[in-house]
Design a protein. Sequence first.
Length: 112
Amino acid sequence: MYSKELTKGTLQPIILKLINSRDKMYGYEITQEVKKITSGKIDISEGALYPILHRLEAKGVLSTEKIYLGKRVRKYYSVTKTGKQMVADVTHEINDFINTLDLIFNSKTQNS
């Protein structure tokens, strides 16, 4: 599993990209899907997830829908039209960042 310090800045783009790839997702489903996709290397805690979801909802990037399952309520998150542009922007930014890190860590011109 990667350290919290390493993953902290990538959680929002990961969450946005994942929700955007589906019609809608609820919190626990997001945490489990990230864990599954990354083979447990990235583990998003509820304490990290929900502040991000609430912040994105307040900005109009995500919308919510409550679905009642018996006595329980499940809150689903979807990417809004405004959010779709943000997903495109953060996807471009994170890919550019990965390419930049690749220049630093995998450069053949290093004096190692």
